[in-house]
Design a protein around this ligand. Structure first.
Ligand SMILES: Nc1ncnc2c1ncn2[C@@H]1O[C@H](COP(=O)(O)OP(=O)(O)OP(=O)(O)O)[C@@H](O)[C@H]1O
Ligand SMILES: [Mg+2]
Length: 266
């Protein structure tokens, strides 16, 4: 077991705003983390630091045994898989799904005269099967539904066989069935011993896939709590994170939360 992320007092400021405020966080290679917090809490900023795309204003971000600022990020980035709305927007709508996935092996968006060898195509095909989009391989990305696009992005993020997989709100915009399908896929991935360390950003405890082990709760750039799921996911911590009293349930490996009203006691 090795640490894939080791953040010490990581702070990110933009003008007067403090986006991340002295974040201390360690992610080990066998852990699967969910990052929860309200809009504007700093979750995407945290993922951007973890993906070596944003450097801390202060503090030290250790990523895969390297220190951000002292390593060529172009060596680091292929070792990290990232999905986010910002990346999805940059995928050409006319690109074939199979090329969206396979082109990740060259760190490019949009296939343009690169030559991919058979190994890459085999791997892309296996990953598309793993996330359930193999039947869409010859469609263009622009014709896919939102949920199908999310799955293709997960396959693309896995293409380079990353040591760290960062998923920024992969379930956003999905309907109930689509969300449940994605949660199942991520649950299988989370429990695969050979899978990379994973960090999943979400707004909803309902989206935590069984097999995830740890949680970090973020509010206004500060860590409210971080550690094993069972210790961190409490009604008191959720109330502090989301700013309202909460009722939290954990049934059959799945979590659910709602606002505590007068009808609940205790
Ligand atoms: N360049 C900037 N200057 C000032 N504030 C910024 C800048 N970039 C981001 N912010 C602010 O930093 C805060 C954190 O943004 P971030 O995108 O990390 O939040 P988030 O937790 O991902 O939110 P969401 O759940 O809405 O995706 C937000 O309040 C955002 O408006
Ligand atoms: Mg965000």
């Amino acid at each position: 077991m090795t640490a894939v992320l080791q953040f010490a007092d990581v702070t990110v400021r933009r003008g007067q705003a403090t986006l991340l405020d002295s974040v201390n966080w360690t992610v080990n290679s066998d852990e699967r983390w969910v990052v929860l917090g309200p809009n504007g809490a700093g979750k995407t900023t945290l993922m951007q630091v973890a993906a070596s795309q944003v450097h801390p204003t202060a503090g030290v971000a250790g990523i895969l045994d390297e220190v951000l600022g002292a390593v060529d990020v172009f060596d680091l980035r292929p070792r990290i898989g990232l999905t986010s709305a910002a990346i999805a927007e940059r995928i050409p709508r006319a690109e074939l799904v199979r090329d969206v996935v396979v082109s990740a092996s060259y760190g490019v968006l949009g296939r343009w005269r690169e030559e991919y060898d058979g190994f890459d195509h085999d791997r892309a095909a296996a990953l598309m099967t793993e996330v359930g989009v193999e039947a869409l391989a010859d469609r263009t990305f622009g014709t896919l539904s939102e949920g199908e696009r999310k799955r293709v992005q997960v396959a693309r993020a896995l293409m380079t066989d990353p040591e760290l997989l960062l998923l920024d709100e992969p379930a956003a915009g999905l309907d109930l069935g689509g969300r449940e399908d994605l949660v199942s896929t991520l649950s299988v991935l989370a429990q695969a011993p050979e899978a990379p360390a994973m960090v999943l950003v979400s707004h909803h405890v309902e989206e935590i896939p069984p097999g995830f082990t740890h949680a970090l709760l973020l509010r206004a750039g500060k860590v409210v709590a971080a550690g094993p799921l069972s210790a961190v996911l409490t009604e008191a911590n959720l109330a502090q994170t989301f700013g309202m009293p909460m009722v939290l349930d954990h049934v059959d490996g799945r979590w659910s939360a709602r606002k505590r009203t007068g009808r609940h006691s205790g």
